[in-house]
Write a protein that binds this ligand. Structure first.
Ligand SMILES: [Zn+2]
Length: 233
């Protein structure tokens, strides 16, 4: 079945009988040479996907309808066949982290006692970022190259939070400077390896939407995110 929308040309191949990976690759390159992207819907449970060969599993029957299972690298997404087809035509089915894709950020904060002045202070323990099927968890020291994301995070945190400043500080222990939490009272560095002390007193304090930019893409690579196909908003 060949679907066209604007400049997108997708050949959707529903493959009911088992097909070897070699055969899929051979047929895919034949599509590619005629400027068409092949998209494979397999009934067989096992198949490989790659950036060149997008493939999903299809399951169901004419009476109950069909669902699509999208292998994403880290897990899978399940959605009705019609939703999947429209995502594919609208360029929402993409490999890796597409620039401009919607991302939802949750900010976790927690409390601990400052090692220097002893007062209780709040720190940002981490950001949980959902991008389509991708889930990234980043700590403040991970975010040294993401100033925009840090700014958005600080804007989203309620003003009454007793948060220390988020800034680059020298760590004598680590031997280098990094983006860090600090004590709200005395400004001392709360070192990356001491943040765990706030883990048992933590909460999601803010949520905000954003979009994937180059920095976030790099962050995902740094955090070891598995690239894979997925449906995005
Ligand atoms: Zn302090």
């Amino acid at each position: 079945m060949l679907l066209t929308k604007g400049r997108v040309r997708i050949a959707i191949e529903v493959q009911w009988s088992r097909q070897s990976q070699d055969e899929t690759a051979r047929r895919q390159s034949r599509y590619a040479s005629s400027g068409v992207r092949g998209l494979w819907l397999f009934r067989q449970p096992r198949f490989d996907t790659s950036e060149e060969i997008p493939a999903v599993r299809i399951s169901g029957n004419p009476f109950d309808g069909y669902d699509v299972f999208v292998p994403t690298g880290a897990g899978e997404q399940v959605l009705p066949l019609s939703s999947f087809i429209s995502a594919a035509l609208n360029r929402q089915y993409q490999f890796g982290l597409p620039l401009g894709a919607a991302a939802d950020v949750e900010v976790r904060c927690g409390n601990l006692d400052c090692w220097k002045c002893g007062a209780e202070t709040q720190i940002i323990i981490g950001l949980d970022i959902s991008i389509g099927p991708h889930k990234l968890s980043a700590t403040i020291p991970d975010l040294g190259n993401c100033p925009d994301l840090v700014r958005r995070t600080l804007q989203a945190i309620p003003a009454q939070a007793s948060l220390g400043r988020i800034m680059h500080r020298n760590s004598r222990e680590a031997g280098f400077r990094y983006l860090s939490n600090g004590c709200a009272h005395c400004g001392a560095l709360i070192g990356a390896h001491y943040e765990y002390q706030a883990w048992d007193r933590q909460d999601v304090v803010a949520r905000f939407p954003t979009v994937v930019d180059e920095r976030m893409r790099q962050l995902a690579i740094d955090l070891g995110d598995e690239p894979g196909w997925g449906v995005h908003r």
